[in-house]
Write a protein that binds this ligand. Structure first.
Ligand code: IVH
Length: 657
């Protein structure tokens, strides 16, 4: 009888989820819901053998995976072409009309999230996957099951795949960031959440999902997109209620106007309107390009500009000591994120736009780019605005600043400025430098202030503070271990990473690589004269002087000594094999799933031997390495007559060096 009660409870809870998350019409109270859920959890705990795989208790998360399995989509998950204005919409319609005489469209909101494929077998959710590169995605079933608007079981016991968008509502996004996360917009937050290994984290992120695509409509005798949407709704999926069939271009433009105007009222972010030909037979006649269907397009809203007030102009110090003015703003929502700061670049920029504290300004944000002040609304001035004046001293250490003749920038003259040091420590860990994962800027700043991190060698002694670190808020045993492991691994990095990480003026990642390649060891660089350095191609006098100056300083030599004593590698490891290899200067493309290497790993091996990797096959490709389930790239390679290796052959070639 217990199993009957479990079945009953599952039905009640899933019905309540559907009414609440999909229909937006709850019929039971939160307290009742909690009571049913508690009862179900208790029964399942007491009778683990009766736990059903589609039980809503999986929605609270708990499953942790080691890594993401690759999933090959049965039909590729395509992207959409874009149109940006009325005339482009009209030409899209004209093109359609060349094939279809009186096209009808379905207009849909373009949800700003990430696309997902959901697979049901016998009515039960068995797999959820991301789009990935369209052909191969990642299995995110454990996380998708925590999303309450994704049914674990649908209303018919059929096999079906549907596709849609996982997103985060504006409200959940604001709450998440208020709790200390720092996502740029709800899309990034949603993408970051479904890529969690621990489904408890995804469950806590309050994601949502709209379904908008049925890849195999003919299997269900469906002949229009409108019917496909209705069918999916009947199955229990969350289909956006604002989708609308339009009969002509006038109605289509009206839909766009309406949502351009009313988009701020929606509880989630949209970045445009998707236009789809309704008749599936017409869709078939129109066909596809390599990347997207010809029967659909996405109208993208223009980059949003909003007005806000400059509450203050402040100054920050970067790793080179450059002091940059920024505007503090009254917080406003622009393109999905709340903005309260905009860069003002340098003195000349602020003066040329005459931006003053107290001004009303228009700001703009395009994609992930840092927001900028577009212009000052001078008509809104009331005389209380305070004209800009560049600071004369460093905002952190109060030493004087110096403007470089040839640059618009001012620099702090204090070698020992705290802000500079913190920025340098952050840079040391960054992706193209020592690539130490697990630090955020804030943590480095905190560790600096706590005295654990003063200079680069302290990273490698951080394990001495393991106990104290574990007591800090937000730092679990596991994250500390991961961090320490990442620090330890960075000791093996090739020399150019360390050189770049040291923040030597004018030595960017590329220059560091040139230095590494030519001098091979740190000692050779330390001992190189100005002439030795300047004689290298692409190393000019400025760089040569800067490198010489850096290694003349006792404190820097001392630092290198300490790093060496801590076993940090000081040799250039790329192309260690010396002479040319078979891989040198050849262009490789990796496709499909390799069993013994991750993509990054294989790429690194190829690059270490002097080869290049790119993502698309062209006539310039020399070799395609094809793993399991390789798709269109392999086809193209075969068509172009390009040499193809399987994993076996790749391993064989690598083993020669
Ligand atoms: S249709 C073949 N409909 O926009 C059908 N996509 O820029 C392809 N998106 O990859 C997708 N809302 O992630 C479709 N109502 C909607 C959408 C939508 C958001 C996303 C989707 C797609 C991207 C293309």
């Amino acid at each position: 009888m217990i199993s009957k009660r479990i079945d009953e409870l599952i039905d009640i809870i899933e019905k309540a989820n559907y009414e609440y998350y999909t229909l937006d019409k709850p019929t039971i109270t939160d307290q009742e819901y909690d009571r049913y859920m508690q009862e179900l959890i208790r029964l399942e705990e007491e009778n683990p053998e009766l736990q059903r795989p589609d039980s809503p208790t999986v929605r609270v998360g708990g499953k942790v995976i080691d890594g993401f399995e690759k999933v090959t989509h049965e039909k590729p998950m395509l992207s959409l072409g874009n149109v940006f204005n009325e005339s482009e919409i009209i030409s899209f319609d004209e093109k359609i009309k060349k094939v279809v005489s009186k096209p009808k469209y379905v207009c849909e909101l373009k949800i700003d999230g990430l696309s997902v494929s959901l697979l049901y077998k016998n009515g039960k959710l068995v797999r959820a996957a991301t789009r990935g590169d369209g052909v191969t995605g990642e299995d995110i079933t454990h996380n998708a099951k925590t999303i309450k608007s994704i049914p674990l079981k649908i209303n018919k016991d059929i096999d079906i795949e549907v596709r849609g968008e996982i997103y985060m509502s504006k409200d959940s996004f604001d709450k998440l960031n208020a709790f200390g996360e720092n996502f740029a917009n709800p899309r990034n937050a949603a993408a970051g959440s479904v890529r969690q290994l621990d489904s408890k984290v995804a469950a806590s992120r309050k994601l949502d999902c709209f379904i908008y695509h049925l890849p195999d409509p003919e299997d269900y005798n469906i002949y229009t997109h409108e019917d496909a949407l209705r069918f999916m709704k009947e199955l229990g999926f969350n289909v956006n209620p604002n989708n609308k069939k339009v009969n002509n271009i006038e109605e289509l433009l009206e839909y766009i106007d309406y949502w351009t105007e009313n988009r701020p009222k929606l509880p989630y972010e949209i970045d445009g309107v998707v236009i789809k030909v309704n008749d599936l037979n017409d869709q078939q006649r129109l066909g596809f390009t390599a990347k997207s269907p010809k029967w659909a397009t996405a109208y993208k809203f223009p980059a949003e500009e909003v007005l806000t007030k400059v509450t203050d102009i402040i100054f920050t110090v970067g790793r080179t000591g450059q002091v940059t003015p920024s505007a503090n703003l009254e917080p406003v929502r622009v393109m999905g994120s709340v903005i309260s700061r905009a860069t003002l670049h340098n003195e000349d920029y602020v003066v040329s736009k005459d931006i003053r504290k107290g001004d009303i300004v228009s700001i703009k944000k395009a994609g992930d780019v840092i927001p900028e002040v577009v212009k000052v609304i001078t008509e809104r001035r009331d005389g209380t605005e305070i004209p800009f004046e560049m600071t004369k001293v460093c905002p952190i250490c109060h030493h004087s600043l110096k403007r470089k003749d040839e640059e618009a920038a001012y620099y702090c003259t204090n070698e020992h400025c705290d802000a500079k040091k913190i920025e340098k420590l952050i840079h040391f860990t960054s992706r193209h430098a020592m690539y130490i994962e697990g630090f955020g800027d804030r943590i480095i700043e905190d560790f600096y202030n706590l005295g654990y991190l003063k200079n680069y060698d302290d990273f490698y002694k951080l394990y001495e503070h393991k106990k104290e670190l574990a007591e800090l808020e937000g730092f679990g045993e596991k994250s500390i271990n991961n961090l320490l492991e990442s620090i330890e691994n960075s000791k093996k990095n090739s020399l150019e990473r360390l050189l770049f990480g040291l923040s030597i003026r004018h030595v960017g990642a590329k220059t560091a690589d040139i230095l590494g390649k030519n001098f091979k060891t740190m000692d050779n660089i330390i001992n190189a004269s100005f002439d030795d350095l300047a004689s290298i191609k692409d190393i000019g006098d400025t760089i040569a002087k800067s490198v010489c100056d850096f290694f003349k300083k006792e404190e820097n030599l001392d630092l290198i000594k300490k790093l060496r004593a801590l076993n940090v590698n000081m040799m250039y490891l790329k192309e260690q094999i010396g002479e040319k290899t078979y891989f040198t200067d050849k262009n490789f493309v990796l496709t499909g799933t390799l069993e013994r290497f991750s993509r990054d790993n294989a790429k690194e091996k190829i690059e270490l031997l002097g080869g290049n990797c790119s993502t698309s096959v062209s006539k310039n490709t020399d070799i395609v390495i094809a793993g399991k389930e390789a798709g269109s790239k392999l086809d193209k390679a075969n068509k172009l007559g390009i040499e193809v290796w399987d994993e076996e052959k790749f391993i064989n070639e690598l083993s020669k060096y």
